[in-house]
Write a protein that binds this ligand. Sequence first.
Ligand code: SAM
Length: 385
Amino acid sequence: MELHTMHEQLTGRLERQELVSATISQPRLKSNDIKRIKLKPVEIKNSYYIQFEYQHEHVLKHKNLTVVEAAAELEKLFGEFRQGLFQFTDEKIQVQLSKKFKVSWKSEQTETKAAELSHNRKKQYLLEDGIPYPFLVRLGVQNADGKVKKQKYDKFRQINRFIEFIDDSLVHLPKDRTVRILDFGSGKSYLTFALYHYLRIEKGLDLRVTGLDLKKEVIEECRRIAEDLQYEQLEFLVGDINDYNEESAVDMVVTLHACDVATDMALSRAVKWNASVILSVPCCQHELNSQLAAPELDIMLQHGLIKERFSALATDSIRAELLSLVGYETQLMEFIDMEHTPKNILIRAYQTGKKPAPGQFERYQEFTKLLSAQPFLENELREFL
Ligand SMILES: C[S@@+](CC[C@H](N)C(=O)[O-])C[C@H]1O[C@@H](n2cnc3c(N)ncnc32)[C@H](O)[C@@H]1O
């Protein structure tokens, strides 16, 4: 098929508002900063737009475009990318462009799917309010008929957001063997149960999940709940992250609000086990706050409040950079809106084995030198850097 025919075909479907979702990938140049682009329709103030989500190496950027703008943007993108996967309302289309821009077009009829214009509508959660999920009822988030308790709504939102991240990472998990997952500093383990429910009960994955925490009574209660729910592949252990050396290979490591350097301990364990997926929401970072000394930044750092926030942001940036330097595609993402908790940065890292860019380590060193920072995680990962 010729390129202009492909554009006509795609534009027609966009104009008829048939798009459900799409992914544009395979940049022609490896150096392209954008790795893939996801498309979905959104409704903003009663108008139809197509949202383009540009996945850069470390950040996600979004643009909402009208159909005409979207068609032009697609044309531009197919100058730089070679593959497009489109789900339209009743048709799946895969286009593959050759080096010389010849188009291979594969189309397959699918069941009718509704385009979800979720942008301005009530948020569609993966777990729904009104449907009783045994673990949420048992943890006191829902009452017996599935209604989320008013005072637990933030927790419900947080659990749902976390499951969205779990869902996104599914493609990075092995399909041919038991998936090994560790939740470090699992505490009351809302997320550990949620993760188990979603991956085991809803997705049917063969997995083994361990929640680890210092607090004996909390862990004992989690064990009772897991037993009551007959979650046989979920175990809870009392222990210190730093002493946990039981594993040789782990597929996914998660931490949510593990205090201070407990997050770094978990990250370094994950790297040493070569975990494919890391999802980590840090908490109360004090380490850098006590080290920070940068006369160039005194105008900021003279204020205790700013210094504290700056330290937290710098710490997460350093963590992301270190993970990137040891072969992870890493992004810092908003975990949950600021209005619900200020601890809202999630570090998402997928092991890709990619080599650091030329000069990346030197830039990292300049940055830590500027701040007089001696990051715990750098020390932990020294053998990999
Ligand atoms: C703020 S709570 C978060 C609990 C849970 N992840 C959640 O989000 O609901 C932090 C947990 O990390 C645990 N923790 C802190 N340092 C730890 C360590 N070195 N080893 C194991 N657990 C640790 C604490 O006991 C606590 O339960």
